[in-house]
Design a binder for this molecule. Structure first.
Ligand code: HEM
Length: 394
């Protein structure tokens, strides 16, 4: 197996990680990534297979300690009860309690509200110079998830701040300062949700927090820490990746000079999937092996942590014809951007709807959109999203 030294925070890599991915795909699709100290898999089918393989999981194997836990106690108090980092019965119970709220059928009910939100945001914009990340891509997902849970919309900025500093823990090479800020945000976020839950117990409403409180009270065994962790997971996961996908999507359409009016609204579904393949918002996830096993002739030991580079799997020529090209009406094939298996993204129907409506409204209402400065991707790997996207529109 080849050994590679590629810093995930090196500027050229951050701006275009796909060059590195293509090299690894060409030389067999697997490497030992020195900077992560892990074997890393890049091919579509291998990643998809590992996502679905119950001999792998996200929860720390019994007997192993997390070396970061000491300085991040408040952060891990939330993580420990997050379905995303659990396996087995505990995972399915937590997932089952919220799953219904996120089914395609239920999400369709808020379609009109999201549509109106997009239109209102566009109406409020200064068309002479607007940063579409700040004024559009960030607003749609955070306001939508806050509304779903029943958190006041004027908390959006604060939610973004807490969430951004918490998810920084997943980045490569984090500093002690990043850890301290993440831990403090976790504490503040926990306390906020704790107080909010107390308020909602007295004044129930038709929202997801009330539903989760009742689930707890009806002895569905959602304990208090689980309740708070689930709310925070939904609030964070509910916007981080969607913000980047809306931004990356608008940029892909504009920089590839796609005439969106040509579609007449017919191909948005394919376009959303193509954006998720071509320039996805999340690039790398990890899994622990729960036994000694061999995947594609590579031996993996019990307790070993491996990387799944989902950002690379959209570039795999075994799966996609001409993967370098952005083809907005490309025939839809499943990609790995929402994961697969038991942790498959719970919010995928919501994210797809938000991205679809964000693009449809923007390109439906603005006939001319010009990029004012070449945008840059933020140095926040494993996330992949633009710092800003300044445009002039009419
Ligand atoms: C374009 C946007 C999004 C992308 C690309 C995305 C991607 C993912 C991926 C890859 C996973 C699985 C991680 C793994 O297996 O290790 C995941 C899980 C999850 N996502 Fe999303 N996500 C998006 C939006 C959302 C939204 C809007 C929500 C709203 C609630 C959400 C909630 C969740 C939750 C709760 C999980 C954990 C599921 C479980 O562990 O069973 N995501 N997401």
């Amino acid at each position: 197996m080849i050994v590679v030294d590629q810093s995930p925070v090196e500027e050229n890599f951050v701006q275009n990680p796909y060059l590195f991915y293509r090299q690894i795909l060409k030389s067999g699709g697997v490497c030992f990534w020195k900077n992560y100290n892990q074997k890393a898999f890049f091919e579509f089918s291998t990643i998809n297979k590992i996502f679905k393989d119950k001999r792998f999981g996200r929860e720390l194997p019994a007997g192993l300690n997390n070396p970061n836990e000491k300085n991040l106690s408040d952060f891990y108090r939330i993580e420990r009860n997050s379905m995303l980092d659990l396996e087995g019965k505990k995972h399915s119970r937590l997932r089952g309690l919220v799953l219904r709220a996120f089914t395609t059928k239920n999400i369709k009910k808020i379609s009109k509200d999201i549509d109106t939100l997009c239109a209102d945001l566009l109406d409020q914009m200064n068309d002479n110079e607007t940063d579409l990340i700040e004024s559009y891509a960030k607003q749609i997902p955070v306001i939508t998830i806050a509304r779903l849970l029943g958190i006041p919309e004027d908390m959006s900025d604060q939610l973004l701040k807490w969430s951004n500093s918490m998810v920084a823990v997943y980045q490569a090479d984090i500093s002690e300062k990043t850890k301290r800020t993440a831990n403090q945000s976790s504490r503040e976020f926990f306390e906020y949700i704790e107080n909010y839950v107390a308020e909602r117990r007295d004044k129930p409403a038709d929202d997801l927090i009330t539903h989760l409180i009742n689930a707890e009270q009806e002895n569905e065994k959602l304990n208090f820490d689980e309740l708070v962790s689930t709310c925070i997971l939904l609030l964070n996961a509910g916007h981080e990746a969607t913000v980047h996908t809306i931004g990356n999507g608008i940029y892909a359409l504009l920089s590839n000079k796609i005439n969106c009016h040509f579609f007449e609204g017919k191909h948005w579904h394919n376009t959303v999937e193509e954006i998720l393949r071509y320039d996805p918002p999340l690039h790398i996830f990890s899994r622990f092996a729960y036994e000694n096993l061999t995947i594609d002739n590579i031996d993996i030991s019990h307790g070993e942590k491996i990387s799944l580079v989902i950002g690379a799997s959209g570039q795999d020529t075994r799966r996609w014809d001409n993967p370098l090209a952005f083809i907005p009406n490309r025939r839809t094939l499943t990609n790995n951007s929402f994961g697969a298996g038991i942790h498959f993204c719970l919010g995928a129907p919501l994210a797809r709807l938000e991205i679809n409506l964000a693009l449809k409204n923007l390109f439906g209402r603005k006939r001319r959109i010009e990029i004012l400065q070449k945008p840059e991707y933020a140095n926040i790997y494993h996330f992949h999203g633009l710092k800003s996207l300044n445009v002039e529109m009419s």
